[in-house]
Design a protein around this ligand. Sequence first.
Ligand SMILES: CC(C)(COP(=O)(O)OP(=O)(O)OC[C@H]1O[C@@H](n2cnc3c(N)ncnc32)[C@H](O)[C@@H]1OP(=O)(O)O)[C@@H](O)C(=O)NCCC(=O)NCCS
Length: 158
Amino acid sequence: MTSTSSLRLEKITPDNVAAACRLDVRPDQQDLVAPVAWSLAEAYANPETAWPRLVFDGDALVGFVMAGFDPQSPVEVFRCGIWRLNIAADHQGRGYGRFAVAAVLAEARRRGQSRATVSWVPGDHGPEKFYLKLGFRPTGEVVHGEVVGAILLSGLQD
Ligand SMILES: CC(C)(COP(=O)(O)OP(=O)(O)OC[C@H]1O[C@@H](n2cnc3c(N)ncnc32)[C@H](O)[C@@H]1OP(=O)(O)O)[C@@H](O)C(=O)NCCC(=O)NCCS
């Protein structure tokens, strides 16, 4: 487990955007999440609702997370939740994913939200056990082939 004291989120800047686009998950995980460059294009197209951030451990770029906050959306999974999470292949299994999810949930609480969602590709090679471990529970919905999970934010600590 990584010490959380050196972990932080950073906004995308002209200085870090190229490194962000090079950040990659393992080859066998490419079907689980969009490439970072794709997500940044979506963020560019949805500037009011997308919340893209890089995860740094000290000087090392270790991950990317993008949340979406659109409380008025008719589509529930777009109201408050995690759209993307990419932990770099060489940096997985050290608590960075957990840190990124906690940071999104803290931001959601800061915005007055009481529930957050995520969706994941079903199956053993996907992130289902990760999200279950962090407290998300399947809602019973499947959107575009992905299982929707939700977590209540009351009672969680920042
Ligand atoms: C899924 C992913 C985000 C997890 O990030 P990570 O930094 O490797 O995970 P963490 O180290 O923070 O793990 C937190 C806990 O979940 C567990 N966990 C993580 N991935 C797991 C998996 N695939 N199966 C079972 N448990 C898992 C860890 O063992 C850890 O448990 P612990 O607290 O008991 O030690 C990362 O593997 C990844 O980027 N995968 C490819 C892309 C993807 O699936 N993204 C999600 C799109 S919705």
